[in-house]
Structures are given as C-alpha cells and as structure tokens.
Design a protein. Structure first.
Lengths: 229, 229
DNA sequence: CACCGTATATTAACACTGTAAATTTATCAG
DNA sequence: CTGATAAATTTACAGTGTTAATATACGGTG
C-alpha cells in the first residue's frame, strides 16, 4: 500500500521536511518559512510536501507541537535534577529552564508565543501539548500545596463561564488542585513577560551574566508564594 | 488609463493609506496586511503607495510608531486622572490603562509586541517612541522614589556593556534615577506577560469581570514595591 | 502666457509565495 | 501479469512586494 522508498528518493521525507523547516527557521526566522524553499533545499518538488502535510498550517502545527514538547521536557528534566525535598530549588530550576530553553531556541519560542506565521491560527489540538509545557511548574506548585507551603491568599477564581476550559487545562497540566493551576498561570505570566521582552531585545541584560532581572524575579516569586513553614 | 484630475484624486493619500491599513488590520489581522489590498480598497494603483512609503516595512514602522504613541498617551491620561498625591492609585491606574488599551486594540498590541509581519525588523527609530510608552509608569515610580516610598532592595543593576543603551532608555523614558527605570521594566514585564497571554487567549478570564488575575497582580506589585511609610 | 522641472500617478513586468489539478512513476496485492 | 494505490511530477492559478518605464498634472519661473 505505502510506496516504499526508491533508492533515489529521499528517505523519510516527512521527517526531512520538518528538519529543513527548523533549519530554515533558525537561518532566516520563523516568518520566512516557505514550503517552496524547503522543497528546493531537499531537492524535491513543492507539491510533494502536500503528500505528508495537508497544507502549510499543518506543518506549522507539527512544528509547534514539537516545540511545546521540547519546552515541556526541558523543564521536567530541570525539575528532576533537584531533589524532591528542595521545593524552592525545584521551582527555581523550572523557571530557569524555561528561560534557558527560550534563549537557546528563540525561533521556537516565538513560533509558539509570537504570531510570526502569516494568517496562522492554532487549532484546538495543540492545547493538550501546550498544557504539557506547564506540567513541571504545576507539579512543583502542587507539591507546595500538598506540603501546606503555598500562599494562596486572595488568589482569584476563574470566571464561571470559563470553568469548562479551566477544567480541561487542569486535566492536561495534571494539576491536582485548581489553586495550583491558578498560581502556575500567575507565575507563567511573570516568567513569560520577562522572557519574551528579553528575546525581543526590548530590555537590556542585567546583573553579571545577563540574568539579573530574571533571578530577582524568581526570588520575588518564591517569596510571594512560598510560605515559610 | 490616465491620472485623474486633482479634485478626483484621493486627498491626503498618505493618511488614507494609514487609515485603511489600520482598518484592514482590525478586519483581517495584522498578518494579512497587504499593500495591494490597501491600494485596491482606496481605488488607486499599488505602486502609488511607494510615493508615500519607501516600502511595506516603512508603512509598518509608521503604524508601530502611531501605536506606541497611542499606548503611551492612554497611560498618561489614566495616570493624570488620579490625584498626584495618591501614588498607589496612580500606579494602579497606569497598569489598568495598559491592559485596557491592549484589550481594546489587540491588533495594535500584537503589531508592537508580537512579530506578525513577515520578515519585519523594527528600525532604531522606534526606540524613542517605545520609550515614550513607558513614561507614565516611569514617572509614577520616580514619584515613589522621590517620596522615599520605593522598595529597591536587591534590585539588580544593568550589565556594564549595556549601560549606554540603558542610559538612552533612561533619557527617552525621562527616568530621573536608574532605579526607577529598572523597577519600571520589572513591572512592565509582569504586566506585559499577563496581557500578552490574555490577548493570545492562552489563559482563561478570572474574577467576575475577567480582570481578576490582573487586579491580583497589580496588588502584588504595589505590595512588593511600595513601602508603607 | 509658455515652458519646464518635480511630484504623483499609471501600466507592465519580475520574482516570489501557497495551493490545486492532472499526470506520471514505482511499488505492492491478488 | 494486472490493477490498485501511494508518492512524486509538471503545469497552472491567484496572490504577494517591488522595480522600471512612462504618463499626467501642478507650481514656479522666463
């Protein structure tokens, strides 16, 4: 049924397309992603891509899902490099990993959180994967909550109308309690704000190694949300 | 065809181009901005635009500058609607204005802080205008500093190599002391993070009117930076 | 007034882009 | 061998930003 590769053909064209797409995003930026250029680079005709991806948006969606997965895994690994008992250290490591990933792969970060692709609208299928990218942070917050070390004073609750969406998010992020997801979103906002401004070169580097602002913010976050029991 | 007589021509074509560009950004989104579509809408040939803007990027740059100016003015007005003596109220009003502007004109916000235009790179000339958009916040922080009510404990300093840029920023934002600019950038990051996630619909609405998370964050910001003297 | 330079518009064309249709090629199942 | 089918091809269409050459109208000067 599936036409096995002829020797002269490109083996695993679907993967090659993705690889070249990433390479071109690094070279010329996410906005310049071009199916024709990808095909040209691989040495295949442009419509051949359509046998593996429905259209350009489908390719972009795959790239986004890959990026989310990479971001999520990176944070999970950083979290697990700190002993489970050191809850503050785990929170710190997760945040630092988020920033490190974004700075190391700025094109992927902008692909996810910017809107660099003309006319692209993310389909619903990316939501679970997006949730996965918050799993590390949520788990740390959950752990703090379980240890009765999470300051949830005055944190707001989701609008009733948005409760279904919130519940889905809670499932995908594996948040044990809604408070954990809410606090995770708050922290995510702070981290994302600094990181996106940093990537866009909208703010100068601070401290000795350029992470001064971020370290300060991580400390402030820990101070605000971790009760000293 | 022949060039229409003057009275039949579009008066103030340069302004018309900008107006139609904004209208199209609202209609179809910033990513779909098209010179040909703009010209079509106005009823003029596409290359006519090039008599008023060097290329598409030049048009985008003017749009960005206009957006920054609008964002800056909006915050200044909000700040001035609160008596000068109420420093906490002024901080709060400025932050709320930032969010309100972004939600009211999401295309403009994404035009500034997203990267929706294919291949567009912001030229250096937007920097002063970008600085202007921080003026309201900076002035409020400056006022707190002058009243000895600003908590600057442990805030980081800019990297020596970035000091020239920082100084230019300080001038454009009219920050009286560097600490004020640093704190303003920190607050900007937090506000920007929540707002950009909100606009991207990455986070659900909280509270009764949808601004629950933001209000909570503004309170936390005030608590962190304003000393109770 | 006539003339000319300049600003502003025009059409035509080039090199791109994503994508659809029709067609060929290569491999498998029966 | 004979289809069937998946995967690749060529061709074509509609759209984009941009440039070149060209035509028109207006403002200032002789």
């Amino acid at each position: 049924m599936v036409r096995p590769k002829k020797h002269a053909q490109v083996p695993n064209l679907k993967e090659s397309i993705k690889d070249v797409a990433w390479q071109q995003m690094v070279d010329v930026g996410a906005a310049e992603l071009s199916l024709r250029a990808i095909a040209r680079e691989i040495g295949v005709s442009t419509p051949a891509i359509y046998n593996h991806y429905a259209d350009r948006d489908a390719l972009v969606t795959t790239l986004i899902i890959d990026a989310y997965t990479s971001l999520g895994d990176y944070q999970l690994a950083a979290r697990d490099s700190v002993p489970q008992s050191d809850r503050r250290g785990r929170l710190h490591a997760t945040g630092m990993a988020y920033r490190a990933w974004a700075l190391a792969k700025p094109q992927r970060y902008q692909l996810i959180f910017g809107t660099p692709i003309s006319g692209y609208q993310a389909p619903a299928e990316v939501m679970p994967v997006a949730g996965r990218s918050l799993r590390a942070l949520v788990s740390v917050i959950d752990q703090l909550y379980a240890a009765n070390a999470l300051n949830t004073a005055a944190i707001p609750t989701v609008m009733p109308v948005a409760l279904p969406i919130f519940t889905v998010w809670q499932q995908h992020t594996e948040a044990k309690v809604p408070e954990a997801l809410t606090v995770a979103i708050m922290i995510w906002g702070r981290v994302h704000g600094l990181v996106s401004l940093e990537i866009a070169r909208s703010i100068p580097p601070f401290g000795e190694t350029g992470d001064g602002l971020f370290m300060y913010e991580m400390d402030a976050i820990a101070q605000q949300y971790i009760t000293h029991t």
